[in-house]
Design a protein around this ligand. Structure first.
Ligand code: AMP
Length: 185
C-alpha cells in the first residue's frame, strides 16, 4: 500500500502517518524528519537545508526528489510506504509520478488533511513550546503558509484529477481523525 499525506503545516499529517505506519507495519517517510536528521549530523545537505528550513522555505526540488528516490528504493519499502510532506510542489509531484511509473508502483491514495490556517497556526504555536522546532515561530510559520498556498495547494487539484484524493476533516481530535480516515484500512 502506497499512501501520500497532503495538507498544510500543523494539520496533523505527521502524527497520523506515524500512527498508521505503526498499525500497518509500513515505513513512514517524512522528508522533514530526513532533512532534520541531515542537519543534526551536520552533512553538506543539512548545512544547505538548514537556512531554508529555519526560514520556513522549501529546500530545492532536486534535493528532496533525490532523497525520496533513495528512500523508497530501500528494501523496507517493498511492501509499500506512507509519505508525509512530499510532494510539496508541482515539480515534486510530477517527479514522483514518473518514479512510480518507472518502478511500476501503484499509488493507492492521497489523503488530504483539510484545516483552516487559524486552527493550524494555533496548533503550531502550542507545539513550539513542546517540541522546540526552529521553524515553529511566528515569522517562519507565516512563510510556511505562504509557501503552502503557492506551491503545495495546487497539488490538491493535481491528485483530484487522478481520482485518488480523499479529503478528511483535520479539525477533529487525533483519535477521531484516525478512526474516521483509517479504520477501514
Ligand atoms: P515538515 O517537517 O514536513 O514540516 O518540514 C519541515 C521543513 O523541511 C519545511 O518547512 C521545508 O523547509 C523542508 N521540507 C520538508 N519537506 C519538503 C519538501 N517536500 N520540499 C521542500 N522542502 C521540504
Amino acid at each position: 500500500m502506497i499512501l501520500i499525506f497532503l495538507g498544510p503545516p500543523g494539520s496533523g499529517k505527521g502524527t497520523q502517518a506515524k500512527m498508521l505506519a505503526e498499525k500497518k507495519g509500513l515505513p513512514h517517510i517524512s522528508l522533514g524528519d530526513i532533512l532534520r536528521e541531515e542537519v543534526r549530523i551536520g552533512t553538506e545537505i543539512g548545512r544547505k537545508a538548514k537556512v531554508l528550513m529555519d526560514a520556513g522555505k522549501l529546500v530545492p526540488d532536486e534535493l528532496t526528489i533525490e532523497l525520496t528516490r533513495r528512500r523508497i528504493n530501500q528494501p523496507d519499502c517493498r511492501n509499500g510506504f506512507i509519505i508525509d510532506g512530499f510532494p510539496r510542489s508541482m515539480a515534486q509531484a510530477e517527479a514522483l509520478t514518473a518514479m512510480f511509473a518507472a518502478q511500476k508502483l501503484n499509488l493507492d491514495k492521497v489523503i488530504y488533511f483539510r484545516l483552516s490556517e487559524t486552527e493550524a497556526v494555533k496548533r503550531l504555536l502550542s507545539r513550539a513550546g513542546i517540541e522546540g522546532r526552529a521553524d515553529d515561530n511566528e515569522a517562519a510559520i507565516k512563510t510556511r503558509f505562504e509557501v503552502y498556498e503557492k506551491a503545495t495547494r495546487p497539488l490538491i487539484d493535481y491528485y483530484q484529477q487522478t481520482g485518488k484524493l480523499f479529503e478528511i476533516d483535520a479539525a477533529q481530535t487525533i483519535e477521531q481523525v484516525f478512526q474516521s480516515a483509517f479504520s477501514g484500512l
